[in-house]
Design a protein around this ligand. Sequence first.
Ligand code: ADP
Length: 257
Amino acid sequence: PAKPMYGALLPPGLQTISNIIAVSSCKGGVGKSTVAVNLAYTLAGMGARVGIFDADVYGPSLPTMVSPENRLLEMNPEKKSIIPTEYLGVKLVSFGFAGQGRAIMRGPMVSGVIDQLLTTTEWGELDYLIIDMPPGTGDIQLTLCQVVPLTAAVIVTTPQKLAFIDVAKGVRMFSKLKVPCVAVVENMCHFDADGERYYPFGRGSGSQVVQQFGIPHLFDLPIRPTLSASGDSGIPEVVADPLGEVAKTFQELGVCL
Ligand code: ADP
């Protein structure tokens, strides 16, 4: 879909991007960055031109999850713009590549930094920009959603009943902003051991969410040691194991965007 809300007001740095997808969660630690990174590399594997913007200023995960040779963003002094770093053809921008220590900033400053990093970057022509959103639905997230013309949102959650309330908050935020939530990813849904499948956090709250809010797609991701190990190694699981179960799930998610 086009970006009707913004039209000519679209920040110049974002005008050459066809689809901007927010990957969002209401809590930290549910696997949002894992989903953002693997989704990005899946789309790239399908032939799309892709960028990842890690908007989690307080806890940037991108520098751990991918391992570009050049770990610092470069500046173009003439245009005062940022040149993304790159890993396997995917353009990457994260506060963690900005060469500064852990951020101690108040909300409005964070919004400013995100705005600057995102809109002054030379993204070039992209089919997809994946935004790894900061967790939650507070001011920072709202500002980000207002600056950026999002095409769609993917919400990541875990299967517990408690998470249901959080997902509802996320869906409401995006629906207020007229951004369609195309999918919920229920991460850490199950694990397989000794030929059995276990659901340690229970079942059913994901399907309840998608039914209640009319979200078209629900995906399950298993608890897998390789997903955790690949997050730490800097090579995304879908790159390391492109024919595996996880890669298949991400391909299904990729085609519904
Ligand atoms: P968030 O972005 O929501 O804070 P992360 O994607 O950083 O969460 O994930 C938190 C940690 O859990 C990371 O170490 C990641 O590798 C691990 N992790 C995420 N999903 C899975 C999974 N399905 N199986 C195993 N480990 C996972």
